[in-house]
Design a protein around this ligand. Structure first.
Ligand code: AN7
Length: 352
């Protein structure tokens, strides 16, 4: 088998590239689809086949790498030498990394104080110019849209159609791994680019006869930022899942279309339920995903009684839990216990 060299090379016949396109890759994609029988049992539905698509194993630790390899590749192909994005964190990390690889300038706007430590460290280390604004993601996105219209810099938020093209390859990998589409596709919804991309990917391969059915798209928002569920822009979105702290999703209508065409749903979960799911996933499956990703697990728990018997579910774990060590330490059910260095004191705590 040929060496894996990233998703553009793997899926080039389904992507807007030619043999001349200068591919900017960090060998993203090809992420594991992990069967989660312990989780199914823990939620009292061991008839379900739950598969976790662990996007945290991408090079910068989130699904954003799928879109960013395409967006930066096309930006370079089109002669751009600078990229810009607004971000709740993961997009900025991916843009900065692919920008570094491509040798183009990268500018990122982030909401000051609401971005996980790991993501900020990444953007800084990859050498992006990081600007923290005293506003939220939605305001940062408005600013970069305006800036990219008026200055010679390419917007790499998911409004950039190449982002969606790259991200749709996640659906291809799932269809290949399961040899069909699943019955349900659970996915967190923030700016709604990813649900749009997966739905596009599933539909494209369904049209090519590569799967026999289409999944119901099950989007999950955080309650304090659930614009689509509440059918209104949230002026001051709040949630501990800072990645999806977004009050006016850019791909709002496309997410609704994915929901309606697939006869799925977009629902919401509270921060409390996200934290429970975050702990449950890590402690039953050995998978640490960031809080926004765990909204999907909370969504499965919330909707479990509505899911068909023996159904196959795929749940997209969009980001690596290591990105947000502050949340892990703050919300872990297993706290650190301290004692002296005396053997008897240590053994006392071990509780055999
Ligand atoms: C871990 O990085 O919007 O619905 O600026 O980081 O496609 O926006 C991140 C979003 C889910 C939501 N899970 O995806 C950003 C940003 C994680 C994320 C989402 C994000 P979309």
């Amino acid at each position: 088998m040929a060496r894996y060299t990233g998703l553009i090379n793997k899926y080039r016949e389904y992507l807007p590239v030619t043999d001349k396109t200068p591919v900017i890759t960090l060998n993203e994609g090809n992420t594991p689809l992990i069967k989660a029988d312990n989780l199914a049992r823990a939620i009292g539905r061991d008839d379900l086949e739950i598969y976790l698509k662990y996007e945290g194993s991408n090079p910068t630790g989130s699904f954003k790498d799928r879109g960013m390899t395409m967006a930066v590749t096309k930006a370079v192909e089109e002669g751009s030498n600078a990229i810009i994005c607004a971000s709740t964190g993961n997009t900025s990390a991916a843009a900065a990394a692919y920008g570094a690889k491509a040798g183009v300038k990268c500018y990122v706007l982030i909401p000051d104080g609401y971005i996980a430590l790991g993501k900020l460290s990444q953007a800084m280390m990859y050498g992006a110019k990081v600007i923290a604004i005293s506003g939220n993601f939605d305001q940062a996105l408005d600013a970069v849209k305006e800036i990219s219209t008026n200055y010679p810099v390419t917007l790499v938020n998911s409004l950039n159609p190449y982002r969606i093209e790259g991200q749709k390859t996640g659906a291809f990998e799932i269809i290949e791994a399961l040899e069909d589409a699943p019955d349900y596709h659970f996915i967190p919804v923030g700016n709604a680019g990813n649900i749009t991309a997966y739905w596009k990917g599933y539909k494209e391969w369904h049209n090519l006869g590569k799967c026999s059915k289409l999944p119901k798209m099950m989007g999950i928002q955080a309650e304090g930022s659930a614009a689509i569920v509440k059918k209104q822009v949230i002026k001051n979105p709040q949630t501990i899942a800072t990645a999806i702290r977004i009050g006016n999703p850019a791909s709002w209508e496309k997410a609704e279309a994915a929901r309606d065409e697939s006869k799925g749903t977009i629902d919401m979960v509270s921060d409390e339920k996200i934290i429970e799911a975050y702990n449950l996933l890590a402690s039953t499956e050995g998978i640490l995903a960031e809080p926004a990703s765990c909204a999907t697990v909370a969504g499965i728990i919330k909707l479990k009684d509505t899911l068909k018997q023996n159904a196959k579910l795929v749940c997209i774990l969009t980001g690596n839990g290591l990105k947000d060590p502050d949340s892990a330490i703050k919300y872990a059910k297993s706290p650190v216990e301290k004692t002296t260095s005396e053997l008897k004191d240590i053994v006392k705590l071990l509780n055999f």
